[in-house]
Design a protein around this ligand. Structure first.
Ligand SMILES: [Cu+2]
Length: 107
């Protein structure tokens, strides 16, 4: 029947969009860098920063957004943050001001 293909396409699209929004994005923290330094995610998505240093702690601080600095996270620890609004959000590490990153959140 004629409507079956468009309906199936829509269902697949909706399913994929949903799966994508639920999936966490990963940023590795290693050698005093956020990798990738710049990341684009969907609104509602969560970023998981993973500290893969040998012994160095860091923080993920959205200072320019007026937020308070969160607790440091240590090797083998994670920091997670969900982004509910679209926009461009620069951040930095509290103890290491030269460690910077940018999060782009799109619809
Ligand atoms: Cu740091």
């Amino acid at each position: 029947m004629k409507w079956q293909i468009p309906l199936l396409t829509f269902i697949l699209f909706a399913f994929n969009a949903n799966v994508f929004a639920d999936e966490k994005a990963l940023v590795i923290v290693k050698d005093f860098k956020f990798i990738p330094q710049e990341i684009t995610i969907k609104r509602g998505q969560t970023i998981n920063w993973e500290n893969r240093e040998k012994r160095q702690y860091h923080s993920v601080w959205f200072e320019a957004s007026g937020e308070e600095e969160p607790d440091y996270f240590f090797p083998d620890e994670n920091y997670e943050k969900e982004f509910k609004q679209t926009g461009t959000f620069p951040y930095r590490c509290g103890p290491h001001p030269k460690m910077t990153g940018i999060v782009h959140v799109t619809d």
